[in-house]
Structure formats: C-alpha cells, structure tokens
Design a binder for this molecule. Structure first.
Ligand code: UD1
Length: 385
C-alpha cells in the first residue's frame, strides 16, 4: 500500500510550488499524491493558465471556495476540507506557502483523527503527518495576513521544509526542535529552472510591442499597497514619473484593478502597457527581459534573484532576506524618493554571480527523499496498537 499524501494548492503562488512536488512524489512508487485545489483563486488567468503552463494534472479534489473576507474564506476552506480528510484518510497533508488555503487546511489536519492508525519511523500515528513547504519565512510584520498564516502553519506542522537559510534561524528562535526542520532549497526555483527554456520561447514581447531590456515590469497586489487610495495613488504617481525614462509594463491583479477603478485611477498609455494577469511562461519571459522589476510580490523577489534581473521591492520588509544578501533585490519601501533612488541604483548595480544555497532545481526531490525516510517502516494500517 502506498503512502497517500494530500497536496494542497489554492492561490496563484501555490501552483508553481506544488508542481515539482507532485512530480517528485509521483516518480516514487512509495507515494500516492492527490491534489486538492481549494479554489481560493478561480479566474482562468490566476489558476487554469498555471495548470496548463506547468503541466499540473487536473486536481483530484476541488473545493471551489472562492473569495471572501479572511474569516469567511478561511472558514469555508476548513469547512470543505474536513469531509475530504474523512473520505480520503490520508497519511499526510502537504501545504505550501502562506495563503489562506495553507493555514485553513493545516489547521483542519492538525486536529483530524484517522479511522485507522498507521506506523512510520516515528512510531504509531493517529493523525495525518502535517507538512509545510516554505516554512520559517518571517517578515516580522503582523499587519501582513501572510505573516499570521506563516507563523500559525509552522506552529502546527510537524515537518518543516525550509527554502531560505533565514528560516532556520527564525524557527530556532521560536524554539522549534531541529528534528522537525529540513533545509531543502526552493521549490519555486525548481519550477523556474525547469521552465526557463520554454518560457524564453514565449512571444509575449512581440504581442505587447516591447523590446528586451527597454522596459520596467511592475506588479502590485499587497493590501497594504493597493487597498487604500491614499497609498496606491502616490505609489502609481512615482512609478508614472519613472515612466518618463522607460516604458512601464503592468499586469494588474484583480484586487488592484478593482481599487483603481473604484477610485478612478488611470494610467497614461504613452508610458504604460497595462494588461490582465499574465500566465507563468509569459511572465517569466517578461521578467527575464526586463531592465528592472518593481514589485510587492514575495515570489518575484526570488525569481529575479535567480534570473539576475534587478528587483526593487515596494515594501518596507521582506520575509526572503537571502534575495537581498545573495540576489538582486533592494528594499525600497513606498516613499517616492526611496523608490527613485533604488530604481536608479538598480540600473547600475552589478548582478551577483552567486545564487542562494540549494536554489538548484532539486528541492522537490529532496523533499520526496526526506519524506521517504520519515515514512520508513510505513505500514498502513498499523495492527499492533
Ligand atoms: C492572495 C494571497 C496572497 C497572494 C495572492 C497572490 C492570502 C491571505 N492572500 O491574495 O498571499 O500573494 O493571493 O495573488 O491568501 N479575485 C478574482 N479572481 C480570483 C481570485 C480573486 O477576481 O481568481 C479578486 C476578488 O475580488 C478578491 C480579490 O481578487 O476579493 C483578492 O483575492 P484574494 O484571494 O482575497 O486575495 P489576493 O489579494 O489574491
């Protein structure tokens, strides 16, 4: 009998993390991975296109939760995930990242008792093993909903796979025992390295009328940047000024688009190329060919580091500090003069020729191998309780 692992994905940044994990688990006969899509993101441009671009198999289970306030969305994820555990009786649940689907499914799993216990290296288990991939990241900013999701998911997960060396320090400081922590590298970079050659064949530059190295790529979707027009309008104003120097390309997230139209914010088409959200392969091509990327995303800080493209992060903090020390990322915050200065610096800064440790395209394989060891002696159901 194989080890059944429910792998959870729900929102755009989850899909590129879950893809290599599903592949690595499927390649090992010991495992039977099953994909659960919570439906936190449901638009084709935030979900379906990633399944197509990354060849992710159709989800085995779809919860179709949709949007809502944090409480409503997280509660709906929990309410719909519990019957899945009842029906599936998995030996493990694996969640990635820091979105509401991550904490929702982790919390349900951590209190779920299996109908039949099973045996593995640590002894007899009565609950599915709770696994968190991309553990230990901390922005130290509790106003960020993802920070709450990260801390709580790590607290209730039993196996913590870490991508950024800072994660090891953070978890140790929080008193997490070493035996729960595995530094494996970055699964998002597995996907980037595997898809890079295909992505570079994308014709998105021609479609948008752009030339490599002659535009800046902008993404903005953090509630702290886009929800309040008193923050969003001046932020877009300073980016618009930079548009005097170079074309600005802006794939607009639905959250941001809604706020811009609610507050009548428009952008000058002579400076801006404004698009809907863009699929994975086209987005990687746009990133790789940009002069500079200005963003408040977490994942893009990592992708620019590996692609060697300057990144100006429009936030006061980052949970991914190795992109600052070993990559191309600069924290600019949201003050106009700081953004202008970071933009200018990024155009002349040399690109570091090293890459964060274990960001080598093999993180998911390490995860699968570590899980094989954790499940050593697996026997389901365990008969000698
Ligand atoms: C969520 C994640 C965030 C991640 C981001 C990537 C949480 C707390 N936040 O934020 O960490 O960086 O995804 O995109 O989990 N909407 C659509 N179509 C969709 C989904 C949402 O139009 O498929 C609209 C809805 O109006 C919704 C708004 O976008 O209210 C925001 O979506 P939501 O899932 O609440 O949060 P994100 O801002 O996307």
């Amino acid at each position: 009998m194989a080890i059944k692992i429910l792998c959870v994905a729900g929102a755009r940044p989850n899909f590129m993390k879950i893809a290599p994990i599903l592949r690595a688990l499927s390649a090992r006969p010991a495992f039977r991975p099953r994909l659960v899509h919570t439906g936190q993101h449901y638009d084709d441009r935030l979900s379906k296109v990633f399944f197509e671009d990354l060849h992710i198999p159709k989800p085995d289970i779809e919860l179709e939760v949709g949007s809502g306030s944090h409480a409503v969305q997280t509660a709906e994820i929990m309410r719909r995930f519990e019957p899945v555990l009842q029906a599936e009786q998995p030996h493990a649940v694996l969640v990635v990242g820091d979105v509401n689907s991550t904490i929702g499914c982790a919390l349900v799993t951590s209190k779920f008792m299996l109908a039949e216990p099973f045996r593995c290296a640590s002894g007899i288990r009565r609950r599915p093993l709770m696994i968190h991939v991309e553990a230990g990241l901390r922005s130290f900013d509790d106003d960020m909903p993802e920070e709450i999701n990260r801390k709580l998911t790590d607290a209730i997960s039993e196996v913590l796979f870490v991508s950024d060396p800072a994660g090891l320090t953070n978890l140790a400081r929080e008193g997490v025992h070493d035996s729960r922590v595995f530094f494996v590298g970055n699964v998002m970079i597995d996907t980037l390295l595997a898809a890079r050659d295909t992505a570079m064949r994308s014709t998105v530059l021609e479609t948008l009328g752009l030339r490599a190295g002659q535009y800046a790529l902008v993404t903005l979707h953090r509630p702290s940047n886009v929800d309040d027009p008193a923050t969003l309008a001046p932020l877009l104003r300073v980016l618009d000024e930079l548009g005097e120097r170079t074309r600005m390309v802006f794939p607009v997230h639905p959250r941001t688009r809604a706020r811009m139209s609610a507050h009548g914010i428009t952008l000058d088409p002579s400076r801006w190329v404004v698009t809907d959200p863009i699929g994975y392969l086209d987005f990687i091509k746009l990133t790789a060919c940009a002069k500079v990327v200005l963003t408040d995303s977490g994942g893009i800080q990592e992708e620019t580091t590996v692609l060697g493209v300057p990144c100006v992060t429009l936030r006061d903090n980052t949970e991914r500090p190795c992109t600052l020390h070993e990559g191309t990322n600069v924290l600019a915050g949201t003050r106009p003069e700081a953004i202008r200065a970071a933009f200018e610096r990024s155009l002349v800064a040399p690109t570091p020729d090293r890459r964060p440790r274990l960001w080598d395209g093999h993180a998911a394989e390490r995860i699968a191998d570590d899980l094989l060891r954790i499940f050593e002696g697996f026997d389901a159901p365990a008969r000698t309780v």
